[in-house]
Structure formats: structure tokens, C-alpha cells
Design a protein around this ligand. Structure first.
Ligand SMILES: Cc1cc2nc3c(=O)[nH]c(=O)nc-3n(C[C@H](O)[C@H](O)[C@H](O)COP(=O)(O)OP(=O)(O)OC[C@H]3O[C@@H](n4cnc5c(N)ncnc54)[C@H](O)[C@@H]3O)c2cc1C
Length: 573
């Protein structure tokens, strides 16, 4: 018979006020807010530890320092057909990406699931583009009759956008647009000459379209709040995905996690794979989590008053689906059978390339971690096309490679002159389209196959639909027209036909809503039927919008975590 004392001690040692599952962008924010709110907080992270500065092995390497000069060996590419399709996966960054064979999943339909399993998650790998949602995005589902109504509106989130922007450091221009509200900005990046010319011409030709410089999580001019985090000015190296030794861009590792640690309330356990959440039928609440050690495979349990699930959208679905009990036989909080359903993503299939003649006497200095963007202009005030919702547009203009040489000048002084000149101006334009969440786009657990930690494999069944095709065709047509009006030549449209997932903006499955019959989470991100479990990563999203999602995950997380702290203080949780 086990000793009650022994059990009591084990329980006590493993007991915290709050548990956060995952240490990426949203988990980092949950940890910071909960720790600052005075809660002893345990962050469980399945991947290895990555300490800011210390664990960025390639951050200061030159191209010639790499064995393959930055290129991936063919064998590695062949072994990783999924992650290899991500533009950021190369010899300098591959250690931060999940390799295909290490973490299998089942593609019922093609889905490129791009993951980063380490302390910091994908916050080390992201492209740092950050735009607020507008009131139109929150109103979209109710107005256009898809998904369910969001239980929050822009005004609920606006103060929290300001809160996370101020801390993370977002560069941008105050553009005064209803479709892309301004935030707390550090100085913006600049457009180059050709981008400005295009901006003027596009805006002169369309009174419903705005062209602005991209907003991104880079410290163009750090403030005291950023310096206090140990971060410094962005050096425009554009080597961000290796980890930034300057802390020039926002990551959990450089910003939220060290701030959480400073409170003395943070415990972070890497190599801890969360298997499931424990639900106590008698107490009628979640009491903790089951964890498998990533290496020894030993099982442990940890306990807390509240649990934040921030494992990134699809893994959060997986954990909840795997959290079964007699009260919740189909997954935690899944009374309505909708857990894992209404997954959505963003449509990146359409792009255009073109040339801009002239401007050979103008150049630009250095690198820039953002592009030019156009907030969505389709179906903003009312439904006006044959497809629902719209798309954001990004474009950039760059000069081609050095080397205007011809067969006649490949030697001597003429050759040297030729390679001292930049190439012609090229223009690239792409879409970031909203997709409509559907019940048929879903994830579920395999009944037969498990991973090496004894957790069922996730099956992904997500696809484009007719709406996405129409939206893409509209972008290709509108994009070509805008490029033509901007003075571009050789306009060439492209449908990449890439699988969903490669956008890396997957959301949904545990959506927010007013009604427990049609949604999983309430307006504070609590599971309707298990309110001491909060889901604040992409899984909570009721719809996708056209904006890059992570800033919204941050704001939603900070809002929910502060609510949780207050509720605990009031004795309600
Ligand atoms: C190349 C690239 C470019 C991107 N560009 C942008 C961009 O410009 N703008 C933008 O908004 N977004 C961008 N994204 C997406 C962005 O990275 C994600 O939206 C964001 O990181 C999601 O935050 P998260 O906290 O939900 O998940 P993550 O940051 O992925 O963190 C989840 C963490 O949970 C851990 N975890 C998972 N399962 C378990 C488990 N069972 N137990 C314990 N821990 C677990 C993971 O290891 C991971 O550390 C980009 C992503 C990539 C890869």
C-alpha cells in the first residue's frame, strides 16, 4: 500500500498555481502575465531548452562558415519533403525546425505542418509581420453568415493590442486606416524608390486601396521597456531565423520568458511532452497534466489551479482530444462534438512577378525585415464579390543580381564594370487570403497509430474550397491590373498550388463563441464546460482574418491571463 505521506509530498512538489503548455509566442505571453500576476507558474515544453544568445549556434556565422554554404544536403531535403518546403528551412536554421520523421502525423489530405519544438517554439522562426485585426474582421462571421459570431469585438482587444505592442516593440507608420488600425509603433521601415512610385500610382488609381509599409516586431528604435529586457536595436541583418543576438526582433526567448523568470515565479521544464490534461470528475475541474519525459519516456503528473493550453493550434487540439475522462469521453470540453473541427488557415497560393523598367540610377541601402502591404479591400463594408471575405496583399521591389555581363564582356575591365552594377528592378506581389472555417476541415486522433511517447498521431483533413479558388483568381486578376497601372511590365501570375499548412497560420478547432452548443470557449478563452482550462493560441480563433495572426494571439493571451489572475484573486477559480 502506498504511503499517504509519500503521495502528499509528491503532489506538493508538483503543484503550482498555473500550468502553461508550450513556450512559443502565446505560451511566453501567458507565462509572463501569470508570473507577473503573482502566480507560481510551470511552463511545460516538449522540446529542448534554447537560452537567448547561448543557444543560437549559427547566429553570427558567415556563408562560408557553413559546410554547404547555407544550402541543405540533398539527403536532408529528401528525408524532409514537408518541412523542406518552408522557405526558411536551410542549413542555418534547420536545428529549430521539426524534422518530418521525428514527429509523424497523418495527412488525410495534403497538409504541410511546419513546427518548431523547443523553448520559444516558432517565435524563433517567424517572419514577424504584425497587424491588428479591425472591427470588420471580428464582425465578419456574423455579418456574412459563416462559422459563429465572435464573442469579442475589436474594442475588447484594442487595449491589449496596445499592451503587447508596447512591450514586444512593433515598428510601423500611423496610417489612420479603418481596415488596419494603428498601434503603439516604433519608427517605420522605409519603402524604396520603386515601391514608393508603385504606392503613388496604385493609390491614385483606386480610391478603395491603401499601400503602407509593413508593420513588424522589430526594434527600430528601442525604448526603455525594451532595453530593460536586455534587447537592442535591430541591425537589419535579416538573419532572424537563426535567433537574434541583439534581441532585435520579438521572441519568447529574448522577451517574455526572461521577463517571467525575473519575477521568481517561473519554472520552465523543457523535454516535457504533455500527454493530456487530468480532469477530476468529483471536483468537476481540471487538476493537472500528464507529462512524458521526452528522453526517458517516464510519466509524471503536475497539478495547478488553472491550465493554459498554448501548444500551437493543432497540437492544442491534439492535447484536448487526448484528454479523455468519464465526464469527457470525446476530449476535454467536447460536449458538442466540435473539438478539432472548423480548422482554417490562410491562402497563400496566388503570387505575381513583374519588372519595372527604368530607375537604374536608384538603389537602396541594407536589408529590411518587412515588405509593403495593402490591407484587405474586398468585401470590407458589404458583400460585393462572388466569394466571401478577402485578402491582404504584400509586395516588394528589389534590384536583381549584380552582373550585367554579356558574352562579350566576361573578362577584364569591361567585366569588372559590368559586375559593379545592380540588375534591373523586379517586383513580387503575393496574397494572404482569409479562408472560411468549415466543419469538414478538421483534425482527429488516429485510433491505430501512436508516437513514441504513446500519444495517438494527429490526422489532418483540411483542404481548399471553391471560395479559396475564386478569391485567388480575383487576387491574380486585381494584382495584375494594379501592377499594370503601377507601370510594371512582364507581369506573370502564379498559382503555387501549395498545400494548406505551408502558410503556417493554421487556426481553429477550439473556437470561441457565445453558445456552448456551437463553440468550445467563452469570451475569456475558458472552456465552456471546464472553465479552469484556457486556450489562447490559434486554436481559439473563430475565423482567420487576412492579417498575420500572432499579434492577435499575443493580445488574446494577455487579456485572458490577466482575467485568470483576477479571478483567482477573487477566489473564483
Ligand atoms: C517561417 C515562419 C514564418 C512565420 N511568419 C509569421 C509572421 O510573419 N507573422 C505571424 O503572425 N506569424 C508568423 N508565423 C507563425 C507564428 O510563428 C505562429 O503563429 C506562432 O508562433 C504561434 O504561436 P503559438 O504559441 O501558438 O505556437 P508556437 O510558437 O509554435 O509554440 C508552441 C510550443 O508548444 C510546444 N508544444 C507542442 N506540443 C506540446 C506538448 N504536447 N507538450 C509540451 N509542449 C508542446 C512546442 O514545442 C512549441 O514550443 C510564422 C511561422 C514560421 C515558421
Amino acid at each position: 500500500m502506498s504511503s499517504p505521506d509519500f503521495n502528499y509530498t509528491a503532489n506538493k512538489n508538483h503543484t503550482y498555481d498555473a500550468i502553461v503548455i508550450g513556450s512559443g509566442i502565446s505560451g511566453g505571453w501567458a507565462a509572463k502575465e501569470l508570473c507577473e500576476g503573482g502566480l507560481k507558474t510551470l511552463v511545460l515544453e516538449r522540446g529542448k531548452n534554447v537560452v537567448h544568445l547561448k543557444d543560437y549556434p549559427t547566429a553570427t556565422k558567415n556563408p562560408w562558415d557553413f559546410k554547404h554554404h547555407g544550402e541543405l544536403p540533398i539527403k536532408l531535403k529528401e528525408e524532409n519533403p514537408v518541412v523542406n518546403r518552408c522557405y526558411a528551412f536551410d542549413e542555418s536554421t534547420e536545428h529549430f525546425f521539426v524534422k518530418d520523421k521525428d514527429h509523424p502525423y497523418i495527412q488525410q489530405k495534403p497538409f504541410d505542418w511546419i513546427r518548431g519544438y523547443q523553448v520559444g517554439g516558432k517565435s524563433l522562426l517567424w517572419a514577424r509581420q504584425t497587424q491588428r485585426w479591425s472591427k470588420f474582421d471580428f464582425e465578419g462571421p456574423a455579418r456574412d453568415g459563416f462559422a459563429v459570431d465572435w464573442p469579442i469585438r475589436y474594442d475588447d482587444l484594442a487595449p491589449w493590442y496596445s499592451y503587447v505592442e508596447s512591450f514586444a516593440g512593433i515598428s510601423g507608420n500611423h496610417d489612420g486606416l479603418e481596415t488596419l488600425p494603428d498601434g503603439e509603433f516604433l519608427p517605420p521601415w522605409e519603402m524604396n524608390t520603386v515601391e514608393k512610385v508603385m504606392q503613388q500610382r496604385i493609390m491614385a488609381n483606386y480610391n478603395d486601396r491603401n499601400v503602407i509599409i509593413g508593420r513588424c516586431a522589430h526594434l527600430t528604435k528601442p525604448k526603455e521597456v525594451h532595453l530593460a529586457q536586455g534587447r537592442g536595436q535591430c541591425q537589419s541583418r535579416n538573419l532572424c531565423q537563426r535567433g537574434c543576438p541583439f534581441g532585435g526582433y520579438f521572441s519568447s526567448n529574448s522577451s517574455t520568458l526572461p521577463t517571467a523568470a525575473k519575477t521568481g515565479n517561473l519554472t520552465i521544464l523543457p523535454d516535457s511532452v504533455v500527454h493530456s490534461i487530468i480532469y477530476d470528475d468529483k471536483k468537476q475541474k481540471a487538476t493537472g497534466v500528464r507529462v512524458i519525459d521526452a528522453h526517458t519516456k517516464q510519466a509524471t503528473e503536475y497539478y495547478a489551479k488553472i491550465i493554459f493550453v498554448n501548444a500551437a493550434a493543432l497540437n492544442t487540439n491534439l492535447i484536448l482530444l487526448n484528454s479523455t475522462s468519464s465526464r469527457f469521453p470525446n476530449g476535454l470540453g467536447n460536449d458538442n462534438g466540435l473539438l478539432g473541427k472548423y480548422i482554417a488557415f490562410q491562402n497563400y497560393r496566388g503570387s505575381l512577378s513583374a519588372r519595372m523598367e527604368g530607375y537604374e540610377d536608384t538603389y537602396y541601402y541594407g536589408r529590411r525585415p518587412t515588405a509593403v502591404m495593402m490591407p484587405n479591400f474586398r468585401n470590407v463594408h458589404k458583400q460585393e464579390t462572388d466569394f466571401l471575405r478577402g485578402y491582404m496583399v504584400f509586395y516588394s521591389a528589389t534590384r536583381g543580381g549584380w552582373g550585367h555581363y554579356t558574352p562579350g564582356n566576361q573578362i577584364g575591365a569591361e567585366y569588372k564594370d559590368a559586375i559593379s552594377e545592380a540588375g534591373d528592378w523586379g517586383v513580387y506581389m503575393m496574397m494572404q487570403g482569409e479562408t472560411i472555417p468549415k466543419e469538414t476541415n478538421r483534425v482527429y486522433l488516429s485510433k491505430e497509430q501512436k508516437d513514441e511517447w504513446g500519444i495517438p498521431l494527429l490526422t489532418v483533413s483540411v483542404d481548399y474550397d471553391d471560395n479559396d479558388e475564386k478569391s485567388m483568381r480575383d487576387f491574380l486578376q486585381q494584382g495584375a491590373e494594379m501592377l499594370e497601372k503601377a507601370g510594371c511590365k512582364n507581369i506573370s501570375p502564379n498559382d503555387s498550388k501549395q498545400a494548406p499548412g505551408l502558410d503556417i497560420h493554421e487556426v481553429g478547432g477550439v473556437r470561441m463563441g457565445h453558445d456552448p452548443k456551437t463553440s468550445l470557449l467563452n469570451k475569456w478563452n475558458q472552456l465552456h464546460s471546464c472553465p479552469n482550462v484556457f486556450v489562447t493560441d490559434g486554436a481559439c480563433m473563430t475565423s482567420t482574418g487576412t492579417q498575420n495572426p500572432s499579434l492577435t494571439f499575443m493580445a488574446i493571451t494577455a487579456r485572458a491571463a490577466n482575467y485568470a489572475v483576477n479571478e483567482i484573486k477573487k477566489g473564483n477559480l
